[in-house]
Design a protein around this ligand. Structure first.
Ligand code: ACO
Length: 374
């Protein structure tokens, strides 16, 4: 029995999906058959969301209709605004989204009046409003307006809410590409969580809330924040080289490196690295970018490990002026697209997900009455 156990379910095929492939030889990462390179080069995040949800690229009219629908769903109900104001300022913003998503499920439950497509669009539209409303409220900005129609896309809306003024075209495109790269990734831990919850016939909000919980940890989505903290500890490339070698000699993990599936490089990393480089030369710190490249070099020389998507995403967000504590919540906003597509797919052909365990506990023994226990 023991030989057949794969710790962490490594390499186990746990189901079928037509949504994306991860790292298959010659195929790289594709969403619905389209290469991540083509999508990051040519598509917008909304186009990718449409593709994931409806299994086809939208026409121009379909896309503009879809964007209008999302824009009309940004509004935060008054009761949700009240709850967001009550969440303490020092809360981890992932907990804010987890709570906000769950609260929305009480206000707009999946009760037969709302289709799963409607709830998917509502979540995609409202999560940025939720996050920035809570953040700006606790930054002393009061109750910010989240429904403005002037910013059409999720990336431009989000940056406008964060900056308090419109972002530049370059800034919007950089965030859009990051959102595209994080949108979907097969049976990763958070998506699998969504599918397990869905398989019990639970509701849409429960599945997404579970996804947020699984993404929060530093071995998954939380790695981007941990990577940024690590990079910014160093003041020079020399310090970075020494520091990373010291970490490795103590068997510490360097965040933003390694991957369960990609053992020869994450195809998303090179794409987002170019954006980090571009922004570093225009607006950011070139020293920080050089430090990151040095860490990449040391990791390869010492461990043959490559950066995953989180490493240079962290720098990209940093150069966009996004506070580190908001990095993983951005991942939620993007990955909600993939989660929703997987919930649809699981529901379309559902079977309860329920593996078995090898029992390693004690053999059966007689029950000891409480007065005889020592
Ligand atoms: N830093 C240092 N060593 C590492 C790292 C790392 N980031 N990643 C793997 N290793 C080493 C391990 O220490 C281990 O070495 P050993 O065999 O000498 O003990 C070996 O590589 C295998 O590592 P595992 O953790 O067993 O590999 P696994 O496939 O389980 O892990 C994971 C994948 C969790 C992503 C791992 O690489 C890691 O912890 N990385 C850092 C966290 C991170 O960046 N997570 C984001 C993943 S991408 C995403 O979720 C979007």
């Amino acid at each position: 029995m023991t030989e057949s156990i794969k710790e962490g379910l490594e390499g186990i095929i746990a189901g079928k999906t037509a949504i994306s492939t991860v790292g298959k030889e010659g195929l790289d990462l594709t969403y619905r058959g389209y290469s991540i390179h083509d999508l990051a080069q040519n598509a917008t995040f909304e186009e990718v969301v449409f593709l994931l949800l409806y299994n086809r690229l939208p026409t121009r009219n379909q896309l503009s209709g879809f964007i209008d629908q999302l824009n009309s769903l940004r509004e935060l109900p008054a009761a949700l605004q009240s709850v967001l104001k009550l969440i303490p300022q020092d809360t981890n913003p992932m907990d804010v989204l987890r709570t906000g998503c769950s609260m929305l499920g009480t206000l707009e439950p999946e009760d037969g009046h709302r289709t799963q497509e409607h709830i998917a669009k509502r979540l995609l539209a409202i999560l940025p409003s939720m996050l920035l409303f809570w953040y700006q409220y606790h930054q002393g900005k009061g109750s910010i307006e989240t429904t403005s129609e002037s910013e059409k896309t999720i990336a431009s809306h989000l940056l406008h809410l964060l900056y308090g003024h419109p972002a530049t075209a370059d800034q919007i495109r950089a965030l859009d590409v990051a959102l595209i790269l994080h949108a979907e990734h097969e049976f990763n831990a958070s998506t699998f969580t969504c599918r397990v919850i869905t398989s019990t016939l639970s509701d849409f909000y429960s599945a997404i809330t579970g996804g947020i919980c699984a993404l929060r940890g530093p071995l998954h989505g939380g790695a981007d924040e941990a990577a940024m903290e690590q990079i910014s500890k160093f003041h020079s490339v020399e310090e970075a080289e020494e520091g990373i070698k010291a970490m490795l000699s103590k068997k510490e993990k360097v965040m933003g490196f390694g991957h369960r599936v990609y053992k020869y490089g994450d195809p998303r990393s090179e794409i987002i690295k170019q954006w980090a480089k571009n922004l570093s030369s225009k607006t950011g710190s070139q020293v920080l970018f050089s430090i990151a490249e040095k860490i990449e070099e040391v990791m390869f020389k010492e461990k043959h490990l490559y950066p995953n998507v989180d490493f240079y995403s962290a720098l990209t967000y940093h150069f966009l002026g996004i506070p580190t504590l908001l990095f993983t919540p951005l991942f939620v906003i993007s990955r909600t697209a993939g989660w929703c597509a997987h919930i649809f797919e699981q529901r379309a052909n559902n079977r309860l997900i329920r593996p078995i365990a090898e029992y390693v506990g004690p053999l059966p023994m007689p029950y000891i009455p409480i007065e005889q226990r020592t």
